[in-house]
Design a protein around this ligand. Structure first.
Ligand code: ZN
Length: 241
């Protein structure tokens, strides 16, 4: 069973469409949160994700902000004005979909969290130190996280030493027990690679395959500027930061 694992779509429908096409056949979709925020297509992105029958989907901090559950002062200027913009435009059915999303999903041997298993809404698992703090507390062998907008992997060995693992794009990586994996961001990558990011998970053989795919960035930027979203947020897509 192949699972498409995505995160941080951030209302970028062009990127989501490219990922769904590039992924080919998959049996289930696992979405690790932040469907909305920053981008111009919140309703299209939510309804596309919600249409999958075999779906695990988490709520992210930007989804919470668009629902009015987090004070916008917790975000920087651009993020909070994009959240206010999104809040005004969310359709009722899409708002209801977001409202019903959980912060954590357990699907043994995996736990799914937007930020981290111990702090699903806010923690950025950016380095082996923070990965280790989570791995030490995890009862599941694997955590899938988003939130950093970076394709990352961490492994903890039998001696509790935790290291970053580099996994080649498009190659199957055999998972070893005790890992935290991040598929990267669909709609706003931040590793200076502007291509949309996602990963495939082969659940039967416990293998992980990170991917990147080009999409029509300028059409998204045009929609953002036309609808009055912050220009800086449009420009960053060209660079991937
Ligand atoms: Zn995000």
């Amino acid at each position: 069973m192949n699972i498409l694992v995505i995160s941080d779509i951030h209302s970028n429908f062009s990127a989501l469409e490219a990922v769904l096409q590039d992924a080919g056949h998959f049996d289930a979709l696992w979405c690790l949160g932040d469907i909305v925020g920053y981008g111009p297509d919140p309703n299209q992105c939510i309804e596309t994700v919600a249409a999958f029958e075999n779906l695990h989907c988490l709520i992210g901090n930007h989804d919470q902000a668009a629902l009015g559950n987090i004070p916008l002062t917790r975000f920087n200027n651009d993020a909070s004005s994009a959240a206010a913009w999104t809040m005004e435009r969310l359709r009722d059915d899409n708002r209801a979909f977001l409202e019903n999303l959980p912060a954590l999903i357990e699907e043994d041997p995996f736990i799914l969290a937007h930020g981290s298993p111990r702090n699903p809404m806010w923690e950025y698992v950016l380095d082996p130190f923070l990965a280790e703090r989570n791995l030490n507390q995890m009862k599941h062998n694997y955590a899938l996280v988003g939130h950093t907008h970076l394709q990352l992997a961490f492994h903890q060995d039998e001696n509790k030493q935790t290291q970053s693992v580099m996994i080649e794009e498009g190659a199957w990586f055999q998972l070893q027990p005790r890992m935290i994996l991040n598929p990267g961001s669909v709609g706003q990558p931040r590793d200076l690679d502007r291509r949309a990011a996602y990963a495939l998970l082969d659940l039967d053989n416990l293998r992980w395959q990170p991917h990147r795919v080009h999409y029509d960035i300028s059409s998204v930027q045009m929609r953002m500027l036309d609808s009055g979203l912050p220009e800086r947020q449009a420009l960053r897509l060209s660079v991937g930061w």
